[in-house]
Design a protein around this ligand. Structure first.
Ligand code: SAM
Length: 222
């Protein structure tokens, strides 16, 4: 594993600190508590709504969540009727939380793999990755991997332009927060990603720019 990936893995070993943002709960320290109460819930809530209105799945689809974190999305999709979900994350704490949550909810058609995505991404009908590209500056190898592992659809979420003044303020808060946590975060150009994936046969079919993030669906066209 490369140094930049090791730093990200270390940071995400505390799964609850991350996951509590989904429920406006606390966190292990003052900074997390502020973030989890005041700005992360806006972002996470809006992304949830946008993602589920964008994803177009069929009942026989297999779906992979790259950098699944605490597994909220892939567990929900598995409950909503996809054939099988796979969540991949290199943080053991995140994967333990995923397994616990799936078990508590009785969701059986989902599995989790604690591994580096460079090693294990199965071929699937749909591949998505939310809040993952943020942590990497050079994303070509990831985009290339995604294009080889998705049969039909790729959905990506990444920080880019701010939607409005509220988005710009949230972006400053998030980036300052990451800096305080010594976590390097990056914005990406939608055009760059569109062009890269188009070369591989995946074209942008739906997109939404909310706060300061892009959520884009790329469909394979033969
Ligand atoms: C911000 S979290 C997002 C989690 C989830 N997608 C969500 O939106 O709730 C990013 C996740 O990506 C995982 N991750 C980052 N780089 C990875 C890599 N190279 N291989 C596997 N997982 C990785 C981290 O451990 C972390 O859980």
């Amino acid at each position: 594993m490369e140094k930049k990936e090791e730093a990200v893995r270390k940071y995400f070993e505390n799964a609850l600190a991350f996951d509590e943002g989904y429920e406006s709960k606390g966190g292990p320290d003052f900074i997390h508590r502020i973030a989890n109460h005041f700005f992360r819930p806006f972002l996470l809530g809006r992304r949830w709504t946008e993602f589920f209105s964008m994803i177009d799945f069929q009942n026989d689809d297999t779906v992979v969540d790259v950098g699944c974190g605490s597994g909220r999305y892939i567990i929900e999709l598995s409950r909503r009727g996809i054939k099988k979900g796979t969540g991949i994350d290199f943080s053991s704490d995140m994967i333990n939380l995923c397994k616990q949550r799936a078990g508590e909810l009785g969701v059986k058609n989902v599995e989790f793999s604690q591994s580096d995505i460079n090693e294990t991404v199965p071929l699937s009908d749909i591949l998505y990755s939310l809040g993952f590209l943020t942590y990497y500056k050079n994303i070509d190898s990831y985009l290339d991997l995604f294009s080889r592992k998705a049969r039909r659809l790729i959905i990506l979420e990444f920080p880019g332009e701010s939607e409005n003044i509220k988005g710009a303020i949230l972006k400053c808060l998030c980036f300052a927060w990451a800096k305080m946590r010594s976590l390097k975060v990056n914005t990406h150009s939608k055009k760059y990603i569109d062009d890269f994936l188009s070369e591989k046969g995946f074209y942008p079919v739906k997109s939404v720019n909310y706060f300061f993030s892009w959520l884009v669906a790329y469909e394979k066209k033969l």
